[in-house]
Design a protein around this ligand. Structure first.
Ligand code: C2O
Ligand code: CU
Ligand code: CU
Length: 530
């Protein structure tokens, strides 16, 4: 049995520092580089009874992972054509997986019991997904990052009962991108995702792909990398307990990539494209290679960047994606690692929220001979260019505690309406030193500014989820094209799934010009804050 999601609140009081704590000027990485590890100060803070807990709360698997399992590649979902539609079947089922020696782990997943096939379609395709719920509890399937009508979005209002089939359909009209799908049932999302329900949803755009000269052979040089952290209990079952000290949700000590523990990938080409999804419930990863080599960041949540960005780190909070291209030399081995993330918190809060953790993720093993790969094009895609008045803010979202603007999710409450085919400027800020991120459904957004400055290169492309360090104000240009429905809401929320489930989420509708906000058809679910 998988344990219930809130099974093990752990030791001691929450130790949130006063709200007035200032954002750090020096990043943790710079401090580390400069040799200021900061441990004595932290131990001083933690001495009053939390010292032992502090010592226990970091995960370091660097150099300790045996990369002895070939990386599983999720199969491509078969598609058939029916009346001009590309039709895919997905079935949610319970299953088991042999992750480790001993008893198999009870899981949930699509089709084969853990994760799901990669759904791949072209821009311009009309797709239909037949989603059958073979579980004994209701669930939903949300198409994270997709522009579509709200009724097809798979949020908490589109529940699929046990045994039922849901058949959303829409026409894909957005740039090539690495999206994903996962359940979104009201206050149950963390559990469903943690048990294994998630898969990739790839949009292709053949013209753009050819021009970008990026690797495209799925499973050969274009590799899905779904990163999830798990804790196993003594009986090999997923342990869904989480610590009240961090209060971010489950922080696992075992990293799975595409469901593989200790994965290696045999690389056969000079360049390999990794489509990395942070499919974890709470953990923020700061990906880089063990030798600190530089790689090209070529895509983010909603599509390719305008140009490759050379870097040695890419940080992803839950739900975010990055496409990177890494160059290898024949015969070498190099480990993709997650370095301690830059959460922007004080040392104590960082410690309890995974900010000190370092995890070995995936070993790349280059063959003795590598097929040549072209250099990616210098220009990959048009940069987002939403026409937004930079000096006007239409809405502000304050992420604090487990609420947005002081409110807890209520399925019967629509927070606001936006008018179809208009661009709004949204300001998002997390005032306190706790980790949150911000995700919006039904759109990709353009980051206009970060604390008033132009966005860094990694935030220069289309995004649907951003990490919110404390006291950093993000201005986002958001546009909702085409699909209006005054009664069926889209969600905006923190994608730390514990927070989402506790109600750190709100709802909006897209209106035709002149319309007013309607009422959600589906309400009456429990909305009490917990
Ligand atoms: Cu990936 Cu509302 O979620
Ligand atoms: Cu989403
Ligand atoms: Cu949050």
């Amino acid at each position: 049995m998988v344990k219930p999601i809130e099974s093990t609140p752990t030791e001691g009081p929450t130790t949130a520092p006063p709200p007035a704590a200032r954002p750090r000027r020096l990043t943790r990485r710079r401090l580390l580089k400069a040799g200021f590890i900061g441990v004595p100060a932290v131990l001083g803070l933690a001495a009053a009874g939390t010292g032992i807990v502090y010592a226990v709360h970091d995960v370091d698997t660097v150099g300790k992972v045996d990369f002895d399992q070939p990386l599983a590649i999720p199969p491509l979902a078969p598609a058939r054509t029916d009346g001009g539609r590309r039709v895919f079947d997905l079935q949610a089922t319970a299953g088991t997986r042999q992750f480790r020696p001993g008893r198999p782990t009870t899981t949930w997943g699509f089709d084969n019991g853990f994760l799901g096939p990669t759904v791949r379609a072209n821009r311009g395709d009309t797709v239909q997904l037949n989603v059958r719920n073979g579980l004994d509890v209701p669930t939903t399937v949300h198409w994270h990052g997709m522009h579509l009508p709200a009724v097809m979005d798979g949020g908490p209002h589109q529940l699929i009962g046990p045994g039922a089939v849901w058949q959303p359909t829409w026409t894909i009209d957005q740039p090539a991108a690495t999206l994903w799908y996962h359940p979104h049932p009201h206050d149950q999302t963390a559990l469903h995702v943690y048990r294994g329900m998630a898969g990739l949803l790839l949009i292709d755009d053949p013209e753009q792909t050819a021009a970008s000269r990026l690797p495209t052979e799925y499973g050969v040089d274009d590799i899905p990398v779904i990163v999830q952290d798990k804790n196993f209990d003594g009986d090999n079952q997923f342990d869904a307990g989480w610590s009240r000290l961090g209060n971010v949700g489950i922080l696992g000590d075992t990293v799975l990539v595409n469901g593989t523990v200790g994965p290696y990938l045999d690389v056969v080409t000079e360049r390999v494209r990794l489509r990395i999804l942070n499919g974890s419930t709470a953990r923020v990863y700061n990906f880089g290679f063990a030798d600190d080599r530089s790689f090209a960041l070529v895509g983010t949540d909603g599509g390719l960047l305008s140009a490759p960005h050379a870097t040695d780190r890419v940080q992803l909070s839950p739900g975010e994606r990055a496409e990177i291209v890494v160059t290898l030399t024949p015969g070498e081995r190099v480990v993709l690692r997650s370095y301690p993330p830059e959460l922007g918190l004080d040392p104590l809060n960082e410690r309890f929220t995974g900010g000190d953790d370092a995890l070995d993720v995936l070993q790349l093993r280059a063959g003795a001979q590598l097929r040549p790969s072209p250099q990616p094009a210098a220009t990959l895609a048009p940069a987002p260019a939403l026409q937004a008045a930079a000096d006007r803010v239409d809405r502000r979202f304050e992420m604090s505690g487990e609420q947005i603007n002081g409110l807890v999710m209520d399925m019967g409450r629509i927070d606001f309406g936006v008018v179809r085919d208009t661009t709004e400027v949204w300001e998002v800020v997390s005032p306190f030193p706790r980790p949150h991120n911000f995700h919006v459904h039904g759109a990709q957004f353009q980051v206009l500014s970060v604390n008033g400055a132009p966005p860094p290169p990694e935030l220069g492309g289309w995004k649907d989820t951003i990490y919110n360090p404390p006291e950093v104000t993000f201005r986002l240009a958001v546009r909702f094209d085409r699909h209006a429905d005054r009664n069926v809401p889209f969600m905006f929320h923190c994608h730390l799934l514990l927070h989402e489930d506790k109600g750190m989420m709100g709802q909006f509708v897209v209106l035709e010009p002149g319309e007013t906000v309607g009422t959600p058809g589906h309400s009456g679910h429990s909305t009490a804050p917990r």
